[in-house]
Design a protein around this ligand. Structure first.
Ligand code: COI
Length: 356
C-alpha cells in the first residue's frame, strides 16, 4: 500500500557546509528525519520534518528497560548522482525480527521501505560519491510509555535519520579474543539489533583498546571456544584458500553485508563455508601459515581487513599485502553500490520520492 506522509521541509539545507572530502563517521546529520508513532495498536502520524531533539519524559520506558532497536543501512549514488539503496527490504525484515524479539510492534515492511525511499530521496544532495563514503541511514524504534515497571511498552516511536559518512575504519583492525566477557548466548538477544548489545560490548572494547586492540572478537558464551562476530561486524577468515565464516547459530547478528558477500563469493566460484570456527584452529592456522586473511563485514564497516588476532598469549599477525579476498570483496560491494559492478542479484534499488 502507499502511505501518506506529512512533509515539512527545512528553510535552508546545511549541505553547503559539508566538506565531502573529510566526513567523520556518525557526527554530521542531514536536514530531515522521518517520525511515526505507535499508539492504540497501530502506526500513525507519519511525518518528515526538520531534524530536531525529541523531548522525552524521565519515566520513558526505553531508558529503563531497554526496548530500543535499530538498523544500519547505506545509500550511495551512481555516476549521474541518482540515489541508490542496497537491499532495503531485507533491512525491513531484520528490523521486524529485532522488534519481535524485544516484544515491540512490527512496522509494515512497505511503510519502512517507503519511508527510507522518501527520506533518502529528499537528502540526496548529502550523499557522498567518494569510494567508501555513503549516506548512512539509521532507522530506529524505542518505547515511549511513561511508566516504571518491567513490561512491554504500549506506545513507541519509529524514526529514521541520515548521516553522510566516511569510512568507519580507516586502518586494518586488530582483534582481541578474550574469555572473560561474552556478547551473546543462544536464546539471548545476540541476533537482535538492540541497543543493549552494543552497551554491553563497551567495557570489553575499552579493555581491548588498553591492550592496543581495536575490537573484541567475541567467543560463544558457553564454551568460550567458537568465534561469533566482532560486534561492529561479522567475520570471515581464509584458510587454505577456503573462505570461512561462523554459521548463524541464533546468537550472531545476521549481517546483510555478510549474506551478500557469501552469495557474491559463491557466484564468483570461490569456496565459502559457514560452520563453527574455533579460536584454537584460527591460532593454529595462523601459526602454520594456512590462515591468510581475516576480515570483518558490515554496513558501516563495509569490508575491514584484520591485521592481528590475539587470544591469551598468542598473537597471529596477518600479511597485509595478501588481501586477495578482502580486496575483491571491498571492490565488489562498493562497485555494486555505485553501479560500476553488474548487479546480478538485483540488490540495488533507486531511491524514489513516493511523495514530494
Ligand atoms: C552497522 O554496520 O550499520 C552497524 O549498525 C554497526 C555499528 C557499529 C555502526
Amino acid at each position: 500500500m502507499s502511505y501518506k506522509f506529512k512533509i515539512t521541509k527545512i528553510s535552508e539545507s546545511g549541505v553547503s557546509k559539508l566538506d565531502f572530502n573529510n566526513i567523520p563517521f556518525g557526527k554530521v546529520f542531514t536536514d530531515h528525519m522521518f517520525v511515526a508513532d505507535y499508539i492504540d495498536g497501530q502506526w500513525t502520524n507519519f511525518e518528515i520534518k526538520p531534524i530536531a531533539p525529541i523531548p522525552t519524559h524521565p519515566g520513558n520506558m526505553a531508558w529503563h528497560y531497554g526496548q530500543a532497536i535499530f538498523e544500519g543501512m547505506k545509500a550511495t549514488v551512481d555516476a549521474a548522482r541518482n540515489p541508490l539503496l542496497f537491499r532495503p527490504e531485507m533491512h525491513a525484515v531484520r528490523f521486524n525480527k529485532s522488534a519481535s524479539r524485544m516484544s515491540m510492534p512490527e512496522i509494515p515492511n512497505d511503510l519502512f521501505v517507503q519511508a527510507v525511499h522518501n527520506i533518502v530521496h529528499m537528502e540526496k544532495d548529502w550523499i557522498p560519491a567518494q569510494a567508501g563514503s555513503a549516506l548512512y541511514i539509521r532507522p530506529f524504534m524505542y518505547a515511549t510509555d511513561e511508566t516504571i515497571g518491567v513490561k512491554a511498552s504500549e506506545t513507541y516511536k519509529f524514526i529514521i535519520f541520515t548521516m553522510p559518512v566516511g569510512p568507519y575504519y580507516t586502518n586494518p583492525v586488530k582483534l582481541l579474543a578474550q574469555d572473560k566477557y561474552v556478547r551473546a548466548v543462544i536464546g539471548g538477544v545476540g541476533e537482535a539489533k538492540t541497543a543493549g548489545n552494543y552497551a554491553a560490548s563497551l567495557l570489553p572494547a575499552t579493555m581491548a583498546k588498553k591492550e592496543g586492540y581495536d575490537q573484541v572478537m567475541w567467543l560463544d558464551g558457553v564454551h568460550k571456544k567458537y568465534v561469533q562476530e566482532i560486534g561492529t561486524m561479522n567475520i570471515f577468515f581464509v584458510i587454505n584458500d577456503e573462505i570461512l565464516t561462523p554459521n548463524l547459530d541464533g546468537a550472531i547478528l545476521a549481517g546483510i553485508t555478510r549474506d551478500s558477500m557469501i552469495q557474491l563469493f559463491k557466484s564468483e566460484g570461490f569456496k565459502v563455508t559457514e560452520r563453527p570456527i574455533t579460536i584454537d584452529e584460527l591460532i593454529e592456522a595462523g601459526k602454520n601459515g594456512s590462515l591468510t586473511e581475516a576480515f570483518g563485514s558490515g554496513t558501516a564497516a563495509v569490508i575491514a581487513p584484520a591485521s592481528h588476532i590475539k587470544h591469551n598469549d598468542e598473537v597471529v599477525e596477518l600479511d597485509m599485502n595478501n588481501r586477495k579476498y578482502s580486496s575483491w570483496a571491498f571492490d565488489t560491494i562498493n562497485g555494486l553500490k555505485n553501479r560500476t559492478v553488474a548487479d546480478k542479484f538485483n540488490w540495488i534499488v533507486p531511491a524514489e520520492p513516493y511523495q514530494e
